[in-house]
Design a protein around this ligand. Structure first.
Ligand code: NAP
Ligand code: MG
Length: 502
């Protein structure tokens, strides 16, 4: 069994306490790796190393091209090792090999994108038109790295989330302390090895593992940290924002969602039925941007649900490493219990269970955390199963009368991460998309993301964006530089000078 270490200041180390725990494969309950159980003291050491690497090290002052070469080398290794990393990620998280294989491919591509972007971040001053005395004063804007970035990621996309955090921070010249979720630490710890192998200087990337409550607070409150970037639940996001307030740190948050999936009455069912299953059951529904509230017109409702239920009942559950498997286990026993609790809540609220609603058992499934794909009809938007993020294979179906009502239901949520519209009429779908208060809207698709387009949430789904220029900008401070090469100084009253200059 692999024995991982913390990665602090370029060294692989045990936690100060010497404590460890085992990462578990949710498919069969077997331990797959030994992981250091860090504490606030380890977080403090890692932060100090990142501070030193930022204040004294070469990284923030390196030419963009040089940083790009190192990040690019890492991206090359990720590509070479795609198959191995997909397998590790499946064992650690329960994701099917179809999902983790795609993640491993995308992670390498995304890191290559950030390597390319690094070339643009050189501390080059960008001249802007003179604000003051024409001809003798010069004004510049310079994008500088923010400093030490504390980054905390969840268990649903452990590998890709690490790349989404490390990529932009490193491209723009920051140093990093990253903590993966305790349930799925393996790929972040593998990435520490990659950073070491390609020669990213000591202290630039530090990877620490251990309990989120203790280490997260240490990372968020630490006076030597400049920025906190978090992906996870809205509840923890609120806690992070509150804790970061004490030192007024820059904060970006990618939090929960309750995506509204609107099937208009002119949708092509050949596309929309499978598409809606993809929207809500991909990775067992453990995806922040899932379409977990399906809105069907009264006319479509019964027929559409019938087709979905048939397909959901036929989905193949089993070994995540088997290419035929469509649904793997959820990430842990705790998550399985939480999902099944929501099923009970839904029933208690009067929603109608159309399929699933229980643990899946029999044969191999007995060893794992499998939940049958579950669909509720008769859901109203005030029910907890319509308002709260379940983060499992549970879909709530709501019936609407008019298009306006569908939009109103969609927007009646504290969340605003994602939404979707299915229609044969793209103009009509675009009008509906324009009315949705969410950071992403898909028309006749779901889960499509590009590293060139900003991703993030309206409302309580988040603060700031990842990807795109905006995502890189979240890791930069802007310095305005004013230069006056005057040899003399006009000793006029300020008012007269301002007015004279126009
Ligand atoms: P979580 O419980 O919020 O945990 C996320 C991370 O925060 C983990 O590393 C966790 O460490 C750490 N943490 C826990 N308590 C903390 C605290 N008080 N202060 C600082 N850090 C703390 O979320 P999760 O259950 O892992 O992931 C599921 C959630 O992530 C869902 O709500 C989902 O919507 C959201 N998500 C959002 C996006 C997005 O882009 N918007 C993407 C993926 C997931 P431990 O593991 O050690 O507890
Ligand atoms: Mg695990």
């Amino acid at each position: 069994m692999e024995d991982y270490k913390l990665y602090i200041d370029g060294k692989f180390e045990n936690a100060e306490s010497g404590d460890t725990y085992k990462s578990i494969n949710p498919y069969n309950g077997e331990a797959i790796a030994t992981i250091p159980q860090g504490s606030a003291r380890d977080a403090d050491r890692a932060i100090r190393a990142a501070r030193k690497a930022f204040d004294e090290g070469p990284w923030p002052r390196m030419a963009g091209e040089e940083r790009s070469a190192l990040i690019g080398k890492a991206a090359g290794l990720l590509k070479e090792r795609m198959k191995d990393y997909a397998r590790l990620e499946s064992l650690d998280s329960g994701g099917t090999i179809n999902k983790t294989g795609a993640d491993a491919f995308l992670a390498a591509r995304q890191l290559a994108f950030f390597a390319e972007q690094a070339k643009r971040f050189n501390g080059e001053p960008e001249e802007i038109p003179g604000l003051q005395r024409e001809g003798r004063s010069f004004n510049y804007v310079i994008r500088e790295p923010m400093g030490v970035c504390a980054q905390i990621i969840p268990w649903n996309f452990p590998y890709m989330m690490a790349i989404w955090k490390l990529g932009p921070a490193l491209a723009t010249g920051n140093t990093v302390v990253l903590k993966p979720a305790s349930l799925t630490p393996v790929m972040a710890l593998e990435l520490a090895r990659v950073c070491d192998e390609v020669g990213i200087p000591p202290g630039v990337v530090n990877i620490i593992t251990g309990p989120g409550g203790e280490m997260g607070a240490a990372m968020t409150e630490h006076p030597l940290v400049d920025k906190v970037a978090f992906t996870g639940s809205t509840e923890v996001g609120r806690d992070i924002m509150a804790k970061a307030a004490g030192t007024l740190k820059k904060v970006t948050l990618e939090c929960g969602g309750k995506g509204a999936n609107i099937v208009l009455d002119d949708a092509d069912w050949d596309v929309a039925v499978d598409g809606s299953i993809w929207a809500s059951f991909y990775h067992q529904g453990q995806v922040c941007e899932s379409g977990t509230r399906l809105m069907l017109s009264a006319k479509d409702h019964d027929g559409f649900v019938e087709q979905m239920v048939d397909k959901l009942n036929a989905m193949k559950m089993g070994d995540p490493l088997d290419k035929e498997t469509q649904l793997g286990p959820v990430v842990s026993e705790g998550q399985m219990k939480s999902v099944l609790d929501y099923v009970a809540i839904g029933k208690g609220e009067g929603a109608k269970l159309m399929c699933g609603g229980a643990r899946a058992t029999g044969g191999d499934l007995d060893k794992g955390c499998f939940v049958r794909p579950t669909l509720f009809t008769g859901v109203t938007n005030d029910m907890r199963i319509a308002r709260e993020e379940i983060f499992g294979p549970v879909l709530a179906v709501l019936k609407y009368g008019s298009e306006d009502e569908a939009v109103a239901l969609a927007n009646d949520s504290i969340y605003g991460l994602s939404g979707g519209v299915w229609s044969r009429n793209i103009d009509r779908a675009r009008k509906v998309a324009g009315r949705l208060r969410t950071g992403t809207v898909w028309i006749n698709e779901w889960h499509m993301l590009s590293e060139r387009a900003p991703f993030g949430g309206y409302k309580q789904s988040g603060v700031g964006r990842e990807f795109g220029d905006e995502g890189l900008g979240e890791y930069c401070e802007l310095k305005t530089l004013y230069i006056d090469d005057a040899k003399t100084r006009e000793n006029k009253p300020w008012y007269d000078m301002v007015v004279a200059r126009g």
